[in-house]
Design a protein around this ligand. Structure first.
Ligand code: G4P
Length: 283
C-alpha cells in the first residue's frame, strides 16, 4: 500500500524543535505502544543529539500486554530508557517521574548545591501526530484540554507548566514526522489512525488489516464477528463480516466501504481487543 506523505514544514519544524530542545534537560519521546518503532521519527537521534531522553510507549492500554513487556525488554537490551504509559488513565506516570529523577539525579543535586530551590528540571514532549502528546501534557499537568494558543490574551513566548515533582514541562510539544521509507510503516500507522483516512483507501487498508489479524490475532477476529473460517481471501472474510454486521446493499452484496470503516473503527476503539501491530522479533 502506497501512502503519500507531504513533508511540508519538515525543515521548519525540525529547526523549531532543535531550538526548543536547547531549553530543556530531558526529552520525552512519545511513541505508540501498538507500533513502537514505526511510531518513531527516523531522525530523532540526530535531532536529540546527546540530550537525555526517555522513550514513552503511550497508549499501552490499547496494546497487547505480552508485546508491551517484550518491547520494554527489547529497549532495555538496546540501552534505551523506555516506559509504558497511558496518557488517559495515568498508568506509568509515577514511573516516568521516578525515571526522570534518576536520569537527572546529578543535575538536580548540582542545582540544589548551588542553592537553586524550586527550579525544577525542564522537559519537553516530542512525537508524531496523534501519538498522544496533548493528552500527556494534560495528564501530567492536570490541566483541561485547552492549548496555550487557544487562550486569548496569552503573551507569546515559551510557556512552562510546573508538574508535581517540580519538573517544568514546555507546554507546546514538538511535532515530528513519521518515517515513510517503508510501505509497511505507513500501513501500520494508517491502521492506528495516525494518517487521516481521507488520504487512504479505507477498503484496501481494511483488507491488509484483516490479513494481519488472521495471521496474528485470529481468535480476536473470530470472537468479535462470530466467524469461524479464516482460511480464505481477506476480501471474502470482509464479506462475511459485512454480512454479519448488516452492511448489506440490495442484491445481497455488501457495502465494502461501510464494512471497512466498521472494522477499522473496531480496532481503533479496542473492540477487537488489545492489539500490537509490530513485535521486537521483527526488528
Ligand atoms: P497529539 O497531541 O499527539 O496529536 O495526540 P492527542 O493527545 O490529541 O491524542 C490523539 C488521540 O489518542 C486522542 O483520541 C486521545 O484521546 C487518544 N489517546 C492519547 N493517549 C492515549 C492513551 O494513552 N490511551 C488511549 N486509549 N488513548 C489515548 P481522539 O479519539 O482523537 O480524541 P478524543 O475523542 O479522545 O478527544
Amino acid at each position: 500500500m502506497n501512502i503519500q506523505w507531504f513533508p511540508g514544514h519538515m525543515a521548519k519544524t525540525r529547526k523549531q524543535i532543535s531550538e526548543d530542545l536547547k531549553l530543556v534537560d530531558i526529552i520525552y519521546e512519545l511513541t505508540d505502544s501498538r507500533v513502537p518503532e514505526s511510531g518513531r521519527n527516523p531522525e530523532i537521534d540526530a535531532i536529540a543529539q546527546n540530550k537525555p531522553r526517555i522513550l514513552i510507549l503511550n497508549k499501552c492500554d490499547m496494546a497487547d500486554e505480552t508485546a508491551n513487556n517484550k518491547w520494554i525488554e527489547y529497549y532495555k537490551s538496546k540501552g534505551i530508557k523506555a516506559v509504558l504509559v497511558s496518557a488517559i488513565s495515568g498508568y506509568g506516570i509515577n514511573k516516568l517521574n521516578t525515571l526522570t529523577a534518576e536520569i537527572l539525579a546529578e543535575k538536580i543535586k548540582a542545582k540544589a548545591e548551588k542553592g537553586i530551590v524550586g527550579d525544577g528540571v525542564k522537559a519537553m514532549i516530542v512525537g508524531i501526530p496523534n501519538v498522544g502528546k496533548s493528552s500527556l501534557i494534560n495528564k501530567l499537568s492536570g490541566r483541561a484540554g485547552t492549548k496555550t494558543g487557544d487562550r486569548p490574551g496569552v503573551t507569546k513566548g515559551k510557556q512552562w507548566i510546573t508538574l508535581k515533582g517540580g519538573t517544568m514541562l514546555l507546554d507546546t510539544p514538538g511535532i515530528l514526522w513519521p518515517k515513510f521509507e517503508d510501505a509497511f510503516i505507513g500501513q501500520k500507522l494508517a491502521f492506528t489512525g495516525a494518517i487521516k483516512d481521507e488520504i487512504i483507501d479505507i477498503e484496501e487498508l481494511a483488507l491488509y488489516f484483516i490479513d494481519f489479524m488472521r495471521n496474528n490475532y485470529p481468535e480476536n477476529l473470530k470472537e468479535r464477528y462470530k466467524i469461524s473460517d479464516l482460511e480464505k481471501e481477506p476480501v471474502d472474510i470482509m464479506f462475511d463480516i459485512g454480512k454479519k454486521r448488516g452492511c448489506v446493499i440490495s442484491g445481497g452484496d455488501i457495502d465494502y466501504t461501510r464494512a471497512a470503516k466498521l472494522i477499522m473503527d473496531d480496532f481503533r476503539s479496542c473492540n477487537l481487543g488489545k492489539i500490537t501491530l509490530e513485535f521486537p522479533e521483527e526488528m
